[in-house]
Design a protein around this ligand. Structure first.
Ligand code: NAD
Length: 506
């Protein structure tokens, strides 16, 4: 590793097509989580910075929304090609600032590109609806329009994929877009912006305003922003949902999670266990789809079998930086976050759980590493069963039946995802019909929907009506006009009479 200073990168705001010099804003350090070294400084933008971005976006909206959709998507096609060309570079940037390994980082870049591909279908996705002859000679149609200036606020854990959940859909639909990336991982967003410029997006259609809490508050209150898409922790999602709606904005706020993985006695453990390990410890457990509770369904021998195998696999994971070949458990995002994860493990122990695998002693001297951890004998009333830890910690809950497993899961305030491991189709159906979670995995520990489906958390894992991606994503960034038409002078068309719905409808 070279001297820190040589690695410090310039993080800039991008407003109205200009990468701006820092103008006296405070900054927050960005770290390489594998070494703990400072690699960049994020400017914490002010209300004035945000206001300039809204003005630039608003000015650009006029021309961009009037650009035919078939031309708008040419930018997205070029963008897709550029993202492919720069795939490894983006992947390595994600690893550098987030810490995850190359496989996970590459996976998220791929998932992001898939949303760009989806948005290239915008001429079809934006189609309205028609019913001809709703009364004699009367047609009813609907058209979809972009909203105006929209904003996205994103978390640290997917610095490439999550901006791309909304960016291509919002601009493909004709909106002007402001991104407020996580202050902890701003570098990938910056590169995504540079590539958009190369793809030929007109100035002002895409803007980056870096910052943290105050910048978010400015977004929630700015009268020039029509819609806010947020992804992050549950307490902040609630603040954003309430704050933005109180200011008349459309909001989608994707929040935290506590996902159960239910393991039935007939599960094919040779394949289930690696899958459980990857769900729990992949990305250091910093995924909203991470399986963080293993619900082992009885009898006791079956429960012991799965817990023992998971423990064996977890304890042999190779701990190391994401950019080192073969690393399986990578660092968490910050030293303060590592401390928080440790506090949860201490708490679990105090609550009566048994620490059967203990990662509290930092496994490496430098960086923000936390070892693989398993808490056995966790009960529903414990905080470690209910609260999001967001680290490489697995809580094990033992139950006698599938119904008990479903009951435990449904008592969670969250409803992001749930997985079941079994070969029994009837059990799967029974579970699917009763479990309260919005993304379900059958023998799959990370139940991530493809770009053409919604990212579908429920309960306290989501605030709003329309989810990100898929048709929901398109609806979120558009609104309808419904038109009803008759032509009076055309010969041969019977004229509507007063009894017909066109005249009597409300
Ligand atoms: P976070 O809530 O700390 O930050 C998210 C964004 O909100 C950041 O841009 C941050 O600058 C801003 N922010 C932070 N505190 C704020 C405050 N008090 N007021 C206003 N804005 C504030 O989340 P994070 O730690 O970056 O991300 C991890 C969380 O995100 C986890 O809870 C995870 O489950 C969740 N997440 C959810 C999904 C999903 O789809 N449901 C996906 C990814 C991550």
């Amino acid at each position: 590793m070279q001297e820190t200073q040589e690695f410090v990168r310039d993080v800039r705001n991008f407003i109205g097509g200009q990468w701006e010099e820092r103008n006296g804003q405070e900054t927050e350090a960005v770290y390489d989580p594998a070494t703990g070294q400072v690699i960049a400084e994020t400017p914490l933008s002010t209300r004035e910075d945000l206001d300039r971005a809204v003005k630039a976006a608003s000015a650009a909206f006029e021309g961009w929304s009037a650009t035919p959709v078939v031309q708008r998507i040419q930018v997205l096609f070029r963008y897709k090609m550029l993202l492919e060309e720069h795939f490894e570079e983006l992947r390595d940037l994600v690893t550098l600032e987030n810490g995850k390994d190359a496989k996970d980082a590459g996976g998220e870049v791929r998932r992001g590109i898939e949303v760009v591909e989806f948005a290239c279908g915008m001429p079809t996705l934006m189609m309205g609806e028609t019913v001809r002859d709703v009364a004699r000679g009367v047609d009813n149609v609907s058209y979809r329009y972009p909203l105006g200036v929209v904003a996205a606020i994103t978390p640290f854990n997917f610095p490439c994929m999550i901006p791309l959940w909304t960016l291509p859909i919002a601009i493909g639909a004709g909106n002007a877009y402001i991104l407020k990336p996580s202050e902890r991982t701003p570098l990938t967003s910056q590169r995504l912006g540079e590539l958009l410029v190369e793809a030929g997006l007109p100035d002002g259609v895409f803007n980056i305003v870096n910052g943290a809490r105050e910048t978010v508050e400015a977004i929630l209150e700015h009268p020039g922003i029509e819609a806010v898409s947020f992804v992050g922790s549950q307490p902040v999602a609630e603040i954003v949902y309430k704050g933005a709606s109180a200011h008349g904005k459309r909001v989608q706020a994707l929040a935290g999670a506590k996902n159960s993985m239910i393991v039935m006695p007939d599960a094919v453990l040779d394949q289930a266990v690696p899958n459980i390990i990857s769900s729990t410890y992949g990305n250091a457990g910093e995924r909203c789809l991470a399986g963080s509770v293993l619900v082992a369904v009885g009898p006791k021998e079956a429960q012991d079998r799965v817990v023992e195998k998971v423990k064996e696999a977890a304890s042999s994971m190779k701990i190391g930086p994401g950019y080192e070949e073969g690393s399986e458990l990578t660092p968490v995002i910050r030293a303060s976050h590592r401390d928080r994860v440790k506090e949860y493990v201490d708490l679990g122990e105090e609550e009566g759980a048994e620490v059967v695998l203990d990662g509290r002693e930092p496994p490496r001297e430098e960086g923000f590493f936390f070892g693989p951890t398993i808490l056995d004998g966790v009960k529903g009333e414990m905080r470690v069963a209910r609260e999001e830890i967001f680290g490489p910690v697995l809580s094990v809950v033992r139950v006698d039946s599938l119904d008990e497993a479903i009951e435990f899961t449904n008592e969670s305030p969250f409803g992001n995802a749930c997985s079941i491991y079994t070969e029994n189709g009837a059990a799967v159906r029974h579970w699917r019909e009763r479990v309260e979670a919005g993304m379900l995995g059958v023998n799959i520990g990370v139940a991530a929907p493809m770009a053409f489906f919604p990212f579908n958390g429920i309960k306290n894992s989501f605030y709003g009506d329309l989810h990100a991606t898929g048709k929901d994503g398109v609806r979120f960034f558009t609104e309808n006009k419904v038109e009803i038409t008759r032509w009076l002078s055309e010969p041969g068309v019977p004229q509507p009479t007063v009894e017909q719905p066109i005249e009597s409808g409300g």
